[in-house]
Design a protein around this ligand. Structure first.
Ligand code: SAM
Length: 605
């Protein structure tokens, strides 16, 4: 069982153990020479596009010949601007917004945008101004420092904090939190913290906040993402609705992947480990906040109970066998349903392959027992409402089962607003022009949206890059007794789907897009606009790439559909909390194809 480990400590005590770690103060050549994504024609410009590289004052005049060439090469190294929508870019835009456009412009013009007033390890006292979309806090460096921002994890607006600088970037520095000198009691309550590693483990950022505040912060991340990355005027972006919370706020994660490194080189003999103990050098867990150093973690309160039950024995096995590992390993622990009611084990890493004779009819919800799968090649089973899913343990599936019925129901209601009737929904009585019958599920994984929405559509087509996920999607259609021929699942790049669904009636077709964090691409957007279905629901675990893509869709549809007198509009926007206690937010954008408003012909009046 997961113990609630709420501890009565002052915030400063709670955070005082954040330790020293080696940091890079300047970019490596590899970082600074990293290639940028070629900007898409419709992408908004990067804030402060120009960069002024600093001159190295120690650099001597180059000598003749070869040496000169080498030096001139070195001179050309510039500070790389972050890739569009990268985590660094997301932070930069929040930093620039807090400093203000004029201040940023002035710093750029004067070549001071990379001139940090801080050195590595400087300790500074600050007052937090606001939260960054990354979940860190943003503070303005106090006078007499020039305009500069400090990004610090685990601090909250209004708090006075003491920090140690470890990295300088463009117009901001990153710092470790040393102490919350004056907490903000309206936001922070350390009694809410349920994890003894909170503040040190990089997994959670928000345990000290009320759940309501967490949801508000996530709503604001969606607002800022559309401001910063969509390139759309405010009039084209609807009010972002309040974030829909997760029914479970702890014990919800159905997958964790703790890892460990092999023994250090100076540890030689197996018999240096006392039987039944774990050596200090062996740390099995997650990365420390803002580092790649693994810290030892014995339990994770946001993980499902069955995962925590299985994790202890798994850790013991690793200690026993640590000298057999040649490399560091990422473990996999995934909650799964066990089909056999007779099994008593909570851990199974050799689940049998899906039996072809198991269908929904043979499953009773009461008989379902949770187990933990640790075999990367195992099969995971999961229920979402009335539907059952099976997928490979290493494949993608949403990691918070408790929110999947609310999420899929929300998508359904967005497609069929309460006033509309659907062919398979006997309760829908009101008439509407909208009567979708066909669904395209792009980036479909193992069929989550296609299958949960199957009662509402006559024909469904899904596409997905992963061979294993496509196999799972086909299997899931059978498992849930979908009539053969109703659902087709194709393996391939998402943009290939449009050639295969040419027979779908455009005005009665809905498209769901749920791409990975990097978002969709121009090739896909061009084809979806040529196709022109009536409703698009864009689900995303990265609201920044979603905002970029939605901006592109709206602009391209205005250009390309002008002749038809149609365009896409962004109808609604809302965050979903799939990861309580963390800064992550899932975002659902609903786009609808409408008749373009005709410009008023003033000549005829
Ligand atoms: C965020 S997951 C969504 C999966 C599914 N909709 C779900 O909710 O379970 C994104 C999926 O896109 C797939 N994917 C990545 N790139 C793709 C591409 N270019 N074309 C099609 N699928 C892709 C990944 O394999 C992954 O399964």
């Amino acid at each position: 069982m997961v113990q609630s480990n709420t501890r009565q400590r002052s915030p400063s005590q709670e955070l005082s153990h954040i330790d020293k770690k080696p940091r890079l103060d300047v970019e490596t050549d590899a970082q600074s020479q990293a290639s940028h994504n070629a900007p898409l024609t419709d992408e908004p410009m990067k804030a402060g596009e120009s960069s002024t590289p600093k001159q190295n004052p120690d650099q001597k005049k180059p000598a003749q010949g070869q040496k000169q060439k080498k030096n001139s090469k070195r001179k050309k190294v510039k500070h790389a601007l972050p890739d569009l929508c990268s985590p660094e870019d997301v932070i930069s835009r929040d930093v620039f917004a807090l400093l203000g456009e004029e201040t940023v412009q002035k710093a750029v013009e004067e070549g001071l945008d990379w001139n940090s007033p801080f050195k590595q390890k400087d300790e500074v006292e600050l007052v937090v101004s606001e939260m960054c979309s990354s979940g860190d806090s943003l503070s303005i460096a106090p006078a007499p420092h020039p305009p500069w921002i400090v990004l610090t994890p685990l601090a909250l607006p209004g708090e006075k904090i003491r920090v140690r600088i470890y990295y300088n970037s463009r117009l901001y520095s990153r710092a470790d939190l040393l102490e919350v000198v004056k907490p903000n009691p309206t936001l922070r309550d350390m009694n809410r913290v349920k994890c003894k590693y909170f503040g040190e483990c990089g997994g959670c950022q928000y345990q000290m906040l009320s759940y309501e505040t967490q949801l508000d912060l996530k709503q604001n991340v969606v607002v800022k993402a559309y401001k910063n990355f969509s390139g759309l005027p405010g009039s084209s972006v609807p009010t972002v609705q309040s974030t829909i919370g997760s029914p479970l706020q702890y014990g919800y994660r159905t997958k964790i992947t703790p890892h460990f490194e092999v023994r250090p080189k100076d540890i030689k003999a197996k018999d240096s480990i006392e039987p039944g103990t774990k050596p200090d050098w062996l740390r099995i867990g997650f990365n420390k906040v803002n580092t790649k150093f693994v810290m030892d973690i014995e339990e994770c309160p946001i993980a499902a109970p069955v995962i925590n039950e299985a994790y202890g024995p798994l850790r013991e096995k690793i200690v026993e066998n640590i000298f057999t590992y040649k490399r560091g390993v990422s473990l996999l622990l995934r909650e799964s349903l066990e089909l056999s009611p007779t099994s008593v084990s909570t851990t199974t890493d050799t689940l049998p392959k899906a039996d072809s004779d198991i269908t929904m009819d043979t499953l009773s919800k009461d008989m379902e027992k949770k187990v933990c799968i640790t075999n990367h090649k195992g099969t995971v089973r999961e229920r979402v409402g009335d539907f059952l899913f099976e997928y490979g343990a290493s494949s993608f599936f949403q990691n918070n089962n408790s929110v999947l019925v609310p999420l899929t129901s929300y998508v359904r209601d967005a497609i069929f607003p309460p006033s509309s009737s659907t062919p398979s929904d006997p309760s829908g009585s009101a008439s509407s022009n909208l009567n979708p019958t066909h669904l395209v599920d792009a980036y479909c994984g193992s069929g989550l949206f296609a299958i949960t929405l199957s009662p509402y559509f006559q024909t469904i087509a899904g596409i997905e890059l992963s061979t294993e996920s496509i196999k799972a999607a086909k299997r899931n259609a059978e498992l849930n007794n979908l009539p053969s021929g109703k659902c087709s699942f194709l393996e391939g790049d998402a943009s290939n789907i449009f050639t295969t669904v040419q027979s779908f009636p455009r005005s009665e077709t809905v498209l769901i897009i749920d791409p990975p964090r990097r978002g969709s691409d121009e090739k896909f957007v061009d084809q979806m606009i040529d196709f022109g279905c009536s409703v698009v629901v864009y689900v995303s675990c990265n609201v920044h790439t979603q905002a970029r893509d939605v901006g592109m869709i709206l602009r391209k549809s205005q250009e390309k559909m002008k002749e038809k007198g149609k365009e896409y509009v962004l109808e609604s926007l809302r965050g979903f909390d799939l990861f309580p206690q963390t800064a992550h937010v899932e975002s659902v954008a609903v786009l609808r194809l409408i008749d373009s408003p005709r410009p008023v012909d003033v000549t005829q009046s």
